[in-house]
Ligand binder design. Structure first.
Ligand code: ATP
Length: 460
């Protein structure tokens, strides 16, 4: 049976993956808190990304830039002008709309004296009244006044709330990378092509958040800005597209749940030479997990223009001087965590009248790598000894309550790939039973070999 979002939301809450935010106060819409298992899962996914995109990459290095940035950054990136929408609500059905889009869809805007972008809010409101513009949801002609709606979260730095102290929470991690381009290139003596990777929180005051952690106002991104020589961008665009997709598949994401979608020319901003989204087949439909964009020299050029700093790269070998082109693979940590959770979930029929619930995570991202289970409470001390030894190297669970069958099921439900059972024979032969989550097969292994076994199995 197909997995539903309701199943995933319930499972997340019941098993400690994701809780509704601020729950004891009745929650805060569309905020979610990662519980003990969720934080492990998400951290493991971020680590797996860092491993392939930074640690094992001959090209890339990492960065952790501040969330709060000089507001000029957002002027250069285009977020101040482009993230600004004139919003209004329908008074009847409370649906929210962009005033300029409503006018464009119901009016011959070419006939207007000036383009819509050049109109004041009062002028737009007058047009909406004169031309009986309707709410596309309920057909009413009764709107609130227009308000400026910027997707960026604004706050104030320091004690005064004047416009000169305005500051924004970053809507993407990318700009922290661009403003550090020279710092990184110089200190790390990097030669183009090279990339800078960053993982961190971003904030967008989304008009329509929803679908659990798919779209929230606070989220985490994994971004790489890869700098290459102009003319070589196509080759690198293909390289990072393939690399990004392979990364998902190497963590066992099902191939038929992943699709690459190239943007149409009309969807692209003027500076872009192409964007491919990697989409995942969520229970609510295909949705963007990641996007890989070929951004030309737009970002660095803009920062050069606005800051006055020379951000050109000098090729020491040829003395050539140029602004590198950028390929940007960008992935949402929360979206991809949700996708791995959905992808791993199975209600498996194991006999005529028995099912078990399993999360088939790749061992590298599973919250616990193993659970140590004494067959009887009388064996607690020896089992705890193994637990302590393993927990020096791995995230492991320990459970002594309930029948061994129930304990196996509990570990299946949270995706623990191996259960290690210490029984009465273990005292005699120094061996434990290792049970595999997916096959439910069991093997005997000397206690001294368990750590090495796990290390091998969780390799990524
Ligand atoms: P969408 O079209 O879904 O709004 P986007 O095209 O605006 O996404 P990008 O700006 O390309 O997204 O951001 C890169 C990645 O960051 C996305 O692929 C997604 O995984 C993640 N992301 C963006 N917005 C959100 C959000 N509101 N909540 C969770 N993740 C997000």
């Amino acid at each position: 049976m197909a997995t539903t979002m309701e199943q995933i939301v319930n499972l997340s809450k019941q098993r400690g993956f994701v809780f509704p935010g601020s729950e004891i106060y009745g929650g805060l819409a569309n905020t979610w808190d990662y519980g003990p298992l969720g934080v492990e899962l998400k951290n493991n996914i971020k680590k797996a990304w860092w491993k392939k995109f930074v640690q094992q990459s001959p090209y890339n290095v990492g960065l952790d830039a501040a969330i709060l940035m000089n507001p000029k950054t957002w002027e250069a990136s285009g977020h101040i002008s482009n993230f600004n929408d004139p919003m209004m609500d329908c008074k009847e059905c409370k649906s929210r709309h962009r005033a300029d889009k409503l006018l464009e869809s119901q009016l011959d805007t070419d006939a207007l004296e000036r383009p819509i972008e050049a109109l004041s809010f009062a002028e737009m409101e007058a047009l909406i009244r004169e031309h009986n513009i309707k709410c596309p949801v309920c057909g009413a002609q009764n709107f609130t006044p227009i308000r400026q709606f910027n997707l960026m979260f604004k706050t104030y730095q320091g004690v005064t709330e004047s416009s000169s102290d305005e500051i924004f929470l970053r809507p993407e991690t990318a700009q922290g990378i661009f403003v550090n381009f020279k710092n990184v290139q110089r200190t790390m003596r990097k030669k183009v092509p090279f990339g800078i990777a960053q993982v961190g929180k971003s904030f967008r005051n989304e008009i329509t958040p929803g679908n659990f952690t798919f779209r929230t106002r606070e989220f985490e991104q994994l971004e790489l800005e890869f700098f290459c020589k102009p003319g070589e961008e196509e080759e690198w665009f293909d390289y990072w597209r393939t690399f990004s997709r392979n990364w998902l598949l190497s963590l066992n994401m099902k191939e038929d749940h992943v699709m690459l979608r190239d943007h149409e020319e009309e969807e692209l901003p003027h500076y872009s030479k192409g964007t491919t989204d990697i989409e995942y087949k969520f229970p609510f439909g295909w949705g963007e997990l990641s996007s890989i964009s070929s951004r030309t020299d737009y970002d660095l050029s803009r920062h050069m223009e606005v800051s006055g700093e020379d951000l050109q790269y000098i090729d020491q070998a040829t003395n050539e001087r140029y602004i590198p082109y950028v390929i940007e693979p960008s992935l949402g940590a929360d979206r991809v965590t949700l996708a791995f959770l959905i992808d791993a979930f199975e209600e498996e029929r194991i006999s005529e009248n028995e099912t078990r619930s399993v999360l088939h995570f790749h061992p590298a991202i599973a919250p616990y790598k193993a659970a140590v289970l004494p067959l009887s409470k009388k064996l607690k001390d020896e089992a705890l000894g193994i637990y302590e030894q393993l927990s020096e190297e791995f995230m492991v669970d320990y459970d002594e309550t309930g029948s061994i069958g129930k304990r196996y099921r509990r570990q299946d439900e949270i995706g623990t790939p191996y259960c290690i059972t210490y029984d009465f024979d273990s005292k005699e032969d120094g061996q434990v039973t290792v049970r595999h989550r997916d096959t439910m097969e069991q093997v005997r292994l000397p206690i001294s070999e368990v750590a090495g076994f796990l290390k091998e199995k969780i390799k990524f």
